[in-house]
Structure formats: structure tokens, C-alpha cells
Design a protein. Structure first.
Ligand code: F6P
Length: 365
């Protein structure tokens, strides 16, 4: 039968293991031969022991584990054509014509490029030996499917990415802990959350914790935000609140694109003499067990990825598995990458009105 290879790449996210498990088991159920790849695209380039034939038991007991037991990497070599040529060689030699990649936007861009270059890479490889020429017949077409696992929820055209819900639970439980000590000491707390260029984790955490103020990359504050924020903090104290909570996304900036840091916020608050502390959650958000939601989302998406491969024909465009309104759907890989690129441009041009529309209206309401 045909072969499928599965890898996890980029920053890890809770639920990656559950995703690998679902892909592998659905693939074996449908009588595919399944290869697992260690250390992401780097393993695909290195080959040898990094690409191994797996069976049903290879993914036993990992559904509930965070991280990725396959290992991951942000591979600079795969960004070079020479790296992708080595990856193509390994796929050809093992007769693998289906690739499932689990990761963030960088990973999706990686498989998109590999897919687009595939014919050129193959023609370059077949010129080098007759053995490759024979093997290449079986893999003249490379089918790719993307599964978005990233705590940032920054991917276009899907409601949720795998790992986001778990990261949010981590943030909310940290916030609950902060609230008790902050209340005892009548303090103001600034919590920095992850999300790279996306404010989703910040918005969701603020909604779940009654935060007093929020900074996100997509909605930079007007000039004079320091005074407005302090007024609000004092108003909340006057209304009986014993503490204040401010959430700041790691990528937050002002209207001129200058970063807004927790220290800068703290300095502003000290003008109104509120005792202030900073907590930077960091990688705690990405570690630990996946939530029930992420385990189930990962399992549903993983199974769908394999079904998507089954449905491909020679004219199919590559797909990414998404969730829209609680239904698992397939979206075009090329389109979603184009959307991500245009969002990036809007952010670079600081065209925040268009960013708000692209990201969802809740950022401005
Ligand atoms: O993309 C996930 C993420 O955790 C971002 O939120 C963060 O900006 C980045 O990865 C951190 O990267 P690294 O783990 O390489 O420090």
C-alpha cells in the first residue's frame, strides 16, 4: 500500500502527541504504511534513523502527554532549497508520497514550498542516478496535509489551533493564583502572555479574568494611554476593587510600532502610587498536559487529515485541517498562507483597522 509520513515541527504545543496518534491510527486502520519522523523537518533532511516505520503501539500512552514525543525543531536548513532537496531524496528513497506536517505557520509555509517545488526537486534528483529514477515513479506526486498546532491561535481560517485551549487554562490558573496574593496586598499585577504577533491569548485571558486593561499587537493604544489606564485603575479601586490586573501580549506595541513592555507599564502606574508587580508566564504556557478540548480537537483533526489524503487526486490542491463552528473542515493551504502574508503586511504597515477586520471584530469592540 501507500506510505504516509508524519512529523511535528516548529514550537511545540499541547496536543501534538494526540494529533500524531490519531493520524497514525487512522492511517493504519486504512492500511497505509506509516513512517514517523523525529525532530521535524530536520529529521526529514537527516534521514536514516530519524525516519522510522511505526506500528499501532508506537503511539500508545501519549494522548495525554504535552510536548511532542517525536521531537521538534525550527529548521533553518529546510528554509533553503538544498535542505528541501535532501528531504525530497529521503522521501523518494522510502517511497513516501504522503506527508502530514503538524506545526505552526512556519511549518505550513514549509510544506507549501515543498509541494510547489516537488516536480523540480524530483527532476533534479532523477538526473543523479538510475535507482532514484526508478523509485521516483512511485512518488511523482507528493500529497501534503497541514495540521495547525500552536498555542498562539494565529492561523487564518480556523477557529482554534491545537494547544491554544491548554495554554489558556495555564494562563487562567496563573491568574487565579495572582488574584489571591494581589488582593491580600492591594497590588496591581501586570501579566505578560505569549502569542508572538497575535493577541488572541491576551484577549481570551482578559475576558476570563475580568482584567482592567489589555495590550495586544492588533490594537495599539492611542497616545496618552498611560493616563487613561491609570484613571481606570483608580476608578476600579474607588469602586471597591482591592487589586488590578493588566494583561500584556508579548508582541504589543504602540501606534508607532514601538514595543510596550511590562516595565514601561509599571513605570506609568507608579505615577499613581499603586504597588505593582510583574509576572511573565513564558513557556509555562506551552508546557504540561493538553486539556480535554485539545485532546479531542487533535484527535478529530488528525483523523480528518488522513481522510483528506485518501480523497486527494492528481489535481487536488493541498489542504489544512481547520475547525469552523465546531465542525472539522478542510481549507486551502495556499489561500490560508496568502491570508497570513497579507495580515503580516497589514501589521507591518500598521493598518490596524484592516487587521481588526481580518482577525475578527471582537478585537475592536
Ligand atoms: O509560537 C509559539 C510561541 O510560544 C510564541 O507564543 C512565542 O513567541 C514563541 O513561540 C517562543 O519561541 P521559542 O520557544 O523559540 O522561544
Amino acid at each position: 500500500g501507500q506510505s504516509i509520513a508524519i512529523l511535528t515541527s516548529g514550537g511545540d504545543a499541547q496536543g501534538m502527541n494526540a494529533t500524531v496518534r490519531a493520524c497514525l491510527r487512522m492511517a493504519i486502520f486504512l492500511e497505509y504504511k506509516v513512517f514517523l519522523i523525529k525532530e521535524g523537518f530536520q529529521g526529514l533532511i537527516t534521514g536514516g534513523d530519524y525516519i522510522f516505520l511505526a506500528d499501532w503501539k508506537s503511539v500508545s500512552g501519549i494522548l495525554h502527554l504535552g510536548g511532542t514525543s517525536l521531537g521538534s525543531s525550527r529548521s533553518p536548513e529546510f528554509m533553503e532549497r538544498s535542505g528541501r532537496l535532501k528531504a525530497a531524496y529521503n522521501l523518494v528513497m522510502l517511497g513516501i508520497s504522503n506527508l502530514i506536517a503538524i506545526g505552526g505557520d512556519g511549518t505550513m509555509t514549509g510544506i507549501n514550498t515543498l509541494k510547489q517545488e516537488w516536480h523540480l526537486l524530483i527532476s533534479e534528483l532523477v538526473e543523479t542516478s538510475q535507482i532514484i529514477q526508478q523509485k521516483a515513479i512511485n512518488v511523482s506526486l507528493l500529497n501534503v496535509v497541514g495540521l495547525v498546532a500552536s498555542i498562539d491561535n494565529d492561523f487564518a481560517s480556523t477557529d482554534m489551533t491545537i494547544g491554544t485551549d491548554s495554554a489558556l487554562s495555564r494562563i487562567v490558573s496563573a491568574l487565579d493564583n495572582i488574584q489571591t496574593t494581589a488582593t491580600s496586598h492591594q497590588r496591581c499585577f501586570i501579566l505578560e502572555v505569549m502569542g508572538r504577533h497575535c493577541g488572541f491569548l491576551g484577549v481570551a485571558a482578559a475576558l476570563a479574568s475580568e482584567a482592567d486593561w489589555l495590550f495586544i499587537p492588533e490594537y495599539p493604544p492611542e497616545k496618552g494611554w498611560e493616563e487613561k489606564m491609570c484613571e481606570r485603575l483608580i476608578k476600579m479601586r474607588d469602586s471597591g476593587q482591592r487589586m488590578n490586573l493588566i494583561i500584556v501580549s508579548e508582541g504589543a506595541t504602540d501606534k508607532n510600532g514601538r514595543p510596550i513592555t511590562p516595565n514601561q507599564i509599571k513605570d506609568a502606574i507608579e505615577n499613581v502610587k499603586l504597588d505593582t508587580r510583574i509576572t511573565i508566564l513564558g513557556h509555562i504556557q506551552r508546557g504540561g498536559h493538553p486539556s480535554a478540548y485539545d485532546r479531542i480537537l487533535a484527535s478529530r483533526m488528525g483523523a480528518e487529515a488522513v481522510l483528506c489524503l485518501v480523497d486527494y487526486n492528481k489535481d487536488s490542491l493541498p489542504q489544512v485541517i481547520a475547525v469552523e463552528g465546531n465542525s472539522i473542515t478542510r481549507i486551502s493551504l495556499i489561500d490560508s498562507i496568502a491570508k497570513l502574508r497579507s495580515l503580516k503586511t497589514m501589521m507591518e504597515e500598521r493598518d490596524y483597522d484592516r487587521v481588526a477586520v481580518a482577525r475578527g471584530q471582537y478585537f475592536v469592540s
